[in-house]
Write a protein that binds this ligand. Structure first.
Ligand SMILES: Cc1cc2nc3c(=O)[nH]c(=O)nc-3n(C[C@H](O)[C@H](O)[C@H](O)COP(=O)(O)OP(=O)(O)OC[C@H]3O[C@@H](n4cnc5c(N)ncnc54)[C@H](O)[C@@H]3O)c2cc1C
Length: 416
């Protein structure tokens, strides 16, 4: 029998950007929301670079003034460095999208995520830190709550009309229901650390992200300038390339092997001091076969994770929280938390995420973006739309046949 007298309307599992945002947006609609986060914030998390279209959700959350007042580095654009070490002209967001959102931020995730979680508390979300969700409670095919262990307490069952899984790559519901589909083309891994005193570009470009290719285009480094003169510098490449067939599998030696293969990154680290340990993370991309069901819905990495090439993770976390919370709101207001209602966001969101994935694949397939823009100058804005995170724009789909055409031409030249 389905229970109807729930104490909470919504349970959120996980207090990262997707969970804190979904919880905030739902609490702002007047729903009773409880959020369980296993860690104590601020906690470390990778993923420091934001992109412009985070702005509308940050604004909806009521976080804009807090972000403006923060000490986070201001990011105005991105630059690329070729495998030979040649620096591109800066790609400034403002040039293509003259709006306040064109200045975004490089954040320390411990601090940023903590600000989002505090903000959730301020709008009335009941937040429990040190509270690990152990299991999902089901009645037939319907999810009705969670089993949770809060520090210093016995395990308990908590029920709600809707469970939002925002547990990141732990992906509780994906694992519980066997919904994960790995992306066979994006089996990557990353090794990274933090440097003090590493080189920065002058003026407005000081805070921009730099994407730096390694020799033979085997991988790429991210170069993300943070506050307090710290730069986050990490290498991403195929998992097998990074971790198999190496003399040493020690992260430090893998990292410096790759620095030695990257003329673009070497001079930037000269004279800099490493200020953190090395981190490694397997980062295979994946997506769930479905984003919701009776009484449950997925957000952020708990729904799908995409290679971090264009720094889209937090954008997708915030955006999915936004669209999912709209579906949950309609479902709760209609007193119908069925799969149909809780998946109403999914097809448009899949299109948006797919657009980002297509551009990621174009980079790994070796597309010459300069050539694309020279041939179709009127399409440059469409590439820009993706890079800034304006993903709910059907027009960008005009790009894919053009990219395919260039790919075919390159393959034909290679074959002759
Ligand atoms: C190498 C790498 C580099 C990246 N770089 C960038 C970047 O530059 N820019 C960017 O935007 N994105 C980047 N990302 C992606 C970004 O970090 C993620 O997409 C983003 O953190 C997703 O947010 P989320 O809220 O969905 O998940 P998370 O931020 O992972 O939050 C999930 C939360 O759930 C909690 N949790 C998990 N299990 C439980 C449980 N059982 N009970 C209670 N709580 C639980 C966790 O403690 C965590 O706090 C990068 C990712 C990787 C791997």
């Amino acid at each position: 029998m389905i229970q109807t007298n729930f104490h909470y309307d919504v349970i959120v599992i996980g207090g990262g950007p997707s969970g804190a945002s979904a919880a905030t947006l739902l609490a702002k609609q007047g729903f009773r929301v409880v959020l369980f986060e296993r860690d104590h914030f601020p906690r470390f998390h990778v993923g420091e670079s934001l992109i412009p279209y985070c702005y509308p959700v940050i604004e909806k959350l009521g976080m804009l003034e807090k972000m403006k007042a923060s000490h986070f580095t201001k990011k105005y654009g991105v630059q690329f460095i070729s495998e030979q070490g040649k620096l591109s002209e800066p790609f400034r967001f403002e040039q293509y999208d003259p709006h306040e959102r064109s200045q975004t931020w490089q954040v320390l995730r411990g601090e940023f995520d903590n600000m989002l979680l505090q903000n959730a508390r301020e709008v009335g979300v009941e937040v429990h830190e040190g509270a690990r969700v152990l299991d999902i409670l089901c009645e037939g095919t319907r999810v009705v709550g969670v089993k949770v262990k809060c520090e210093g307490e016995e395990e308990k069952e908590v029920r709600a009309k809707v469970v939002v899984d925002a547990s990141g790559q732990s992906s509780m519901i994906i694992d519980r229901f066997g919904l994960r589909v790995w992306d066979k083309d994006l089996k990557k891994a990353a090794v990274w650390t933090y440097w003090k005193g590493a080189k920065r570009e002058p003026g407005l470009d000081e805070g921009g992200t730099i994407v730096i290719q390694t020799e033979g285009k085997k991988g790429w480094f991210w170069y993300i300038p943070l506050h307090d003169d710290v730069v986050s510098v990490g290498v991403v490449a195929n998992f097998d390339y990074l971790f198999k067939n190496r003399e040493s599998k020690d992260p430090e030696s893998i990292y410096f092997d790759e620095v030695a293969r990257c003329p673009g990154v070497q001079p930037r680290l000269e004279g800099a001091t490493r200020c953190e340990d090395f981190h490694i993370q397997k980062e295979y991309s994946y997506k769930a076969t479905q984003g919701g069901g009776d009484g449950w819905v997925l957000v952020g990495d708990a729904y799908g994770f995409l290679d971090p090439l264009y720094s889209s993770g937090v954008l997708l976390a915030l955006t999915s929280a936004d669209v999912v919370s709209q579906s949950v709101t309609s479902a709760l207001n209609a007193n119908d938390t069925s799969e149909k209602m809780l998946r109403s966001w999914e097809s448009e969101y899949n299109k948006a995420m797919g657009r980002m994935r297509n551009l990621v694949m174009a980079f790994y397939d070796g597309l010459n973006f300069g050539r694309l823009v020279r041939r179709y100058p009127d399409k440059k804005n469409l590439i820009t739309d993706i890079l800034i995170g304006n993903l709910f724009n059907d027009r960008v789909d005009e790009l894919w046949p053009l990219i395919e055409e260039l790919k075919r031409e390159t393959e034909m030249v290679g074959a002759t």
